[in-house]
Design a protein around this ligand. Structure first.
Ligand SMILES: Cc1cc2nc3c(=O)[nH]c(=O)nc-3n(C[C@H](O)[C@H](O)[C@H](O)COP(=O)(O)OP(=O)(O)OC[C@H]3O[C@@H](n4cnc5c(N)ncnc54)[C@H](O)[C@@H]3O)c2cc1C
Length: 445
């Protein structure tokens, strides 16, 4: 039996224990933290839950056991993630970013770097250890993130520079949006990986690398960002002003390959974002169904007895199931192919986050105007669902470009995913759509 969707007893246990954590430990803090106006304070309100997640092995479950991590497969990771995201996807994002910050060290770091950074994360007696992942940059012209692999030299593309000076790199510039980087007190995460321009004379496929910065590095400061959704996870601006970072913090195999790191990272997180969307939509669906079974809207019987309500909720339930299956398949693909899924990870993230945003809104239509009342949870669910197509590499400027790059390659096998075949992702597939093709065409006379 090659295809079997039955969970193993261990997976059921993982699902049940994560569900219990989300219900008993996380859920009680969500409402107040979401309503807190100060983003740092909102994040701090999750600290106790985070420490419990750390102690339960959730916070670094994605790292290999060799370095003290949980060693969970990608399939197991998303089984657990759905349970946390059904309660709060922002909290889950904090944990996801621990992985985005350290998985590249596992993939590309030297043995010394793996020992230093991965073991530090998994052996913190306080349980507060947190890791950032900094790619995104402030809006502007130049600015933004989507064109990180553009072929032009600086100032197009990534703007933060790292210049070698003796045995240190000197960092200058600003990042905007990275999660976790400011830590619990706004003064810095324990460690963060930062994608930098090590060669400003080169384009994005040659001039980028990734370097680890540690808490307390002089010349690094942070400003928290207040956003409309995912309010339990902390996003920040980072300012680098002649920040000196030891040269041996440059993650060895990322030298000149920061572009591949970004694409691989955002592919790994594709099914995690996808399952976050499933978790949010699942909560909206269960609430809408409960509402429809119990409210009459002034009519003679509960609104579930109206055909439109039953049809719409049936469609929503089916789409949740479809997306869950796509996330499982994608995670399985990553497990089969050494954590490479640049194509399927993007496809999964795009389709699940966009379909599930619509599913949440459909649930609101079923409930009607009362879904707008803040005493119910739909307005939060809609805010959370709205984040998912935009974050973790936007579906328009980054994820769809990656899909386009693969499909445009003459070597691409359109049956590869169906046949569970490895899909190579190369620099040749990058840069696509970064140079707009629009040219002024004379109007017909
Ligand atoms: C909760 C949350 C957590 C996040 N965590 C992190 C993190 O840990 N680390 C991190 O670095 N960032 C993080 N981000 C930022 C996030 O990853 C964004 O996806 C990223 O900044 C890219 O945004 P963007 O796609 O809108 O790019 P932008 O560069 O701002 O592009 C904006 C828009 O321009 C258009 N566009 C631009 N170029 C093209 C093109 N070539 N082709 C087609 N369309 C184009 C698209 O419509 C695109 O959506 C986070 C954001 C949130 C909300």
């Amino acid at each position: 039996m090659a295809i079997d969707f039955t969970l193993t007893p261990e997976q059921r246990e993982l699902q049940a224990s994560t569900r219990a954590f989300a219900r008993d430990i996380l859920a009680p803090v969500v409402r107040a933290a979401d309503a807190e106006a100060d983003p740092l304070r909102a994040f701090q309100m999750t600290k106790e839950a985070y420490v419990q997640a750390y102690r339960a092995g959730i916070a670094f479950c994605m790292l290999p056991t060799q370095y003290g991590g949980g060693g969970v497969s990608n399939v197991d990771l998303i089984l657990a993630a759905e349970e946390v995201c059904a309660v709060d996807p922002g909290f889950a994002c904090t944990i996801l970013v621990n992985g985005l910050g350290l998985m590249p060290v596992w993939y590309w770091g030297s043995d010394e770097q793996k020992d230093r950074f991965l073991r530090a994360a998994t052996s913190d007696p306080t349980g507060e250890y947190i890791v950032g992942y900094a790619v995104s940059e402030p809006a502007g012209s130049p600015g933004g993130t989507a064109n990180f692999d553009a072929p032009d030299a600086s100032p197009v593309g990534i703007g933060v520079t790292a210049t070698l000076d003796g045995d240190h790199y000197v960092l200058n510039g600003r990042k905007y949006w990275p999660c976790n980087v400011a830590g619990w007190d706004g003064q810095g995460a324990n460690a963060s990986i930062v994608v930098v321009r090590t060669d400003p004379s080169k384009g994005g496929t040659e001039g980028l690398s990734a370097i680890m910065i540690e808490r307390g590095t002089p010349g690094v400061s942070f400003n928290l960002i207040s956003k409309m959704g995912h309010r339990l996870t902390p996003n920040a601006e980072i300012v680098f002003t002649d920040a000196r970072v030891p040269a041996n913090n440059l993650v060895e195999g990322t030298r000149g390959n920061g572009d591949l790191l970004i694409n691989r990272n955002f592919a790994w997180s594709g099914p995690v974002a996808g399952i976050a969307a499933v978790g949010v939509a699942r909560t909206a669906y269960e609430s809408a169904l409960e509402w429809a079974r119990t409210y009459t809207a002034g009519g003679p019987s509960p609104i579930i007895n109206h055909q439109n309500v039953g049809y719409v909720l049936g469609d929503v339930a089916a789409r949740i199931e479809m997306c869950r299956c796509f996330c499982w398949k994608t995670a399985h693909f990553l497990d089969q192919h050494d954590y490479h899924g640049e194509l399927i990870g993007a496809m999964c993230k795009i389709q699940c986050t966009e379909l599930m945003f619509d599913a949440v809104y459909k649930c609101m239509q079923v409930v009607g105007v009362n879904s707008l009342d803040k005493q119910h949870e739909f307005e939060k669910l809609l805010r959370e669902a709205a984040v998912l197509p935009l974050y973790d590499a936007g579906n328009f400027g980054m994820q769809r470009r990656r899909v386009h790059g693969v499909l445009a390659s003459p070597d691409y096998n359109p049956r590869a995913l169906m046949d569970d075949e490895f899909v190579p992702f190369t620099k040749f597939m990058e840069t696509i759509d970064t140079v707009p093709t629009y040219q002024e065409t004379p109007l017909p006379v």
